[in-house]
Design a protein around this ligand. Structure first.
Ligand code: NAD
Length: 272
């Protein structure tokens, strides 16, 4: 073989090899089915796009059904778009049953639904009603959805569950009692579930972001946002891409020896 022909062959071989590698990477979640809550906005929206781009079939749940339609209608049979209030346990079970009937399985559950409730209040000023509401949306939703999907994950001996918690749950943000306590409860749930299902091929982890610029943060008083961003050593908000990239790893099959753990996404704020 001439030198020129040999070099052309090497180039063609490398090109095919690299293209194949890229194809494998793009299809990380091929053949997998995921359920993402809170997918019409912010972090849940970014995660849904990431899982879809990497080949998963995804059921997207949010009370904002119109938002889901606007964002995802183009994906056709790769998605199920379901408007549901996640605080209704019976409705959550019914929805999970529908998803299991349609996709045949759920490999991945990502819980992104969340509200801050009233903020910039001292504990003695917090209404019990608001506290209950925030716990229903932030904590009970994680309980309802994981309770509904776990039996099928146990049956297939595989599953990846991720609850989006918050740095507020680790450290406690002053002025955010309901939010911080509900996220601490999510971290507690994660620790328990991680241990309970460790022998079933199921990992259960949480993610604790500091501040990611989303509509949830836009709706907070400036003083509350400043309180949170001032504590970030990198002196900036996290991006949606940074959140989606870390989540894609946590819910992938590569993340096989970490469970019951709360991953940090805080620009250096969390040191434990
Ligand atoms: N953005 C941040 O800086 C930040 C930081 C730490 C943790 N988090 C957590 O990340 C998650 C996502 O936050 P985000 O900033 O993307 O919020 P977001 O407000 O942009 O999105 C939340 C979504 O949840 C949906 N939702 C709310 N209540 C619902 C209900 N009862 N039933 C069904 N859907 C409901 C909303 O319609 C919305 O689409 C939340 O759990 C939040 O607490 C966010």
């Amino acid at each position: 073989m001439s030198k020129k022909r040999f070099l052309r062959w090497i180039y063609a071989f490398n090109y095919t090899f690299i293209t194949d590698l890229q194809a494998i990477k793009m299809n990380e979640f091929n053949q997998q089915a995921a359920l993402v809550t809170g997918a019409a906005s912010g972090i849940g929206l970014a995660i849904a796009h990431k899982l879809l781009a990497e080949g998963a079939k995804v059921a997207l749940l949010d009370c904002n059904e119109k938002g889901l339609q606007n964002e995802f209608a183009g994906y056709k049979e790769q998605v199920m778009l379901i408007g549901v209030d996640i605080t209704d346990e019976a409705l959550v079970q019914e929805t999970v049953d529908q998803v299991l009937a349609h996709f045949g399985k759920i490999d991945i559950l990502v819980n992104c639904v969340g509200i801050t409730g009233a903020t910039n209040l001292k504990s003695h000023e917090v209404s019990s009603e608001n506290l209950h509401k925030v716990f229903e949306v932030n904590f009970m939703s994680c309980f309802y959805t994981s309770k509904a999907v776990l039996p099928s994950m146990m049956a297939q001996n595989y599953g990846r569950i991720l609850h989006i918690a918050s740095i507020a749950g680790k450290e406690g943000n002053a002025g955010m009692l309901a939010y911080s306590a509900s996220k601490a409860a999510v971290i507690g749930l994660t620790k328990v579930q991680g241990k309970e299902y460790a022998e079933y091929g199921i990992t259960v982890n949480a993610l604790a972001p500091a501040v990611i610029q989303t509509p949830l943060v836009d709706a907070l008083p400036d003083v509350q946002v400043k309180y949170m961003t001032d504590k970030i050593p990198m002196k900036r908000c996290g991006t949606l891409d940074e959140a989606a990239d870390l989540v894609a790893y946590i819910v992938s099959s590569k993340n096989s020896f970490t469970t019951g753990f709360t991953f940090d996404l805080s620009g250096g704020r969390a040191t434990y």
